[in-house]
Design a protein around this ligand. Structure first.
Ligand code: FAD
Length: 288
């Protein structure tokens, strides 16, 4: 079986303890030589400054290729493009461009009066700068706001046509879900790579809540297994086995790159990567 390339998603820390945890996460996973790592942008644009600091610090101190998430929420076009420009000046060359969700307390995304009205507009503007590799989000089980999967995929095609290089999917738990989506995207004329997003289940209760919000189906067999593992205190073992099996199926089905949602807890992701044959590489900066 071929060894996949990998990438890792982190979130920006909000406390000193969180900063140490992120640092530990970066140091644990950097030796696996990720193609890129990405840093999220808090819902409602709440971590604008923290995301910038985390992205710039990781970029400067680790030498990793860092992708900054950026959303359209609660900012003018000029403010959003200024954030992007600051990234370019810091040497950051990748952006995960998203529409984003509504700030807390609001039911639906509403564009800022002077802001980007959709992810497509943001992607077009970023592409026009010519400074970034742009990645976007994709939804194998349909975005909750999409009328149906065909409409969702048609919208994804608009995002790719606007200048995105690849799409990273929402997490899912069955390889066939991804393969069906990949086939439907290909049929709709999308040729850009679709990168599966993998969530090793670090927190079973949190995962169930998050999956319900995103419309991600959790198979009954996984629910039963976690009920038993919770009783036996073996949830980490189960989570590692399930994520490894999912990744293994994906790679056997032709997937070349896997993106891991680490939630700033590196151990499960590291163990899954090791099981897939993604093992530490000596990095030039450590040898020189
Ligand atoms: P879009 O793809 O722009 O819209 C979602 C769907 O809604 C579309 O697929 C389409 O079906 C429909 N739709 C939207 N606009 C239109 C339109 N004008 N016409 C027709 N249909 C339309 N959120 C954060 O706040 N911060 C993050 O850092 C973050 N990172 C993420 C990373 C990944 C890989 C993913 C998959 C999601 C992430 N999210 C993040 C969540 C994301 O912001 C939400 O899912 C949001 O609701 C949609 O953003 P999007 O850019 O994917 O949306």
């Amino acid at each position: 079986m071929a060894t996949p390339s990998v990438s890792f998603e982190f979130f920006p820390p909000k406390s000193l303890e969180g900063s140490f945890r992120l640092w530990d996460c970066v140091n644990t996973l950097a030796p696996l030589d990720p193609t890129f790592v990405s840093v999220t942008y808090g819902a409602g644009g709440t971590t604008r400054q923290l995301t910038h600091e985390a992205v710039s610090t990781i970029h400067r101190t680790s030498g990793l290729n860092v992708a900054a998430h950026l959303t359209c929420v609660d900012a003018t076009r000029a403010e959003t493009l200024e954030i992007a420009q600051n990234y370019a000046e810091a040497g950051v060359r990748e952006i995960v461009a998203l529409r984003g969700d509504a700030p807390k307390g609001q039911a639906k995304f509403t564009a800022h009066a002077d802001g980007f009205a959709s992810s497509v507009e943001l992607i077009e503007a970023l592409a026009e700068t010519g400074q970034f590799t742009i990645r976007v989000g994709a939804y194998p089980e349909k975005h909750p706001e999409a009328a149906d999967q065909a409409a969702d995929i048609a919208f994804l095609k608009r995002k790719i046509d606007a200048g995105a290089r690849s799409a990273i999917t929402q997490f899912f738990f069955e390889a066939d879900t991804f393969f069906r989506f990949r086939d439907a995207c290909a049929k709709a004329g999308i040729t850009a790579p679709i990168i599966p997003g993998i969530l090793p289940i670090e927190n079973w209760n949190g995962t169930q809540k998050f999956a319900a919000q995103c419309g991600t189906h959790i198979p009954q067999v996984i629910r039963d297994a976690f009920a038993n593992a919770t009783r036996d205190g073996t949830t980490d073992l189960l989570a590692t086995a399930l994520a490894t099996e999912l990744c293994d199926d994906l790679v056997r089905g032709g997937v070349e790159h896997l993106h891991f949602y680490t939630l700033n807890r590196p151990e499960l992701t590291r163990d899954v990567c090791h099981a897939l044959g993604v093992t530490p590489k000596a990095r030039l900066q450590n040898v020189a």
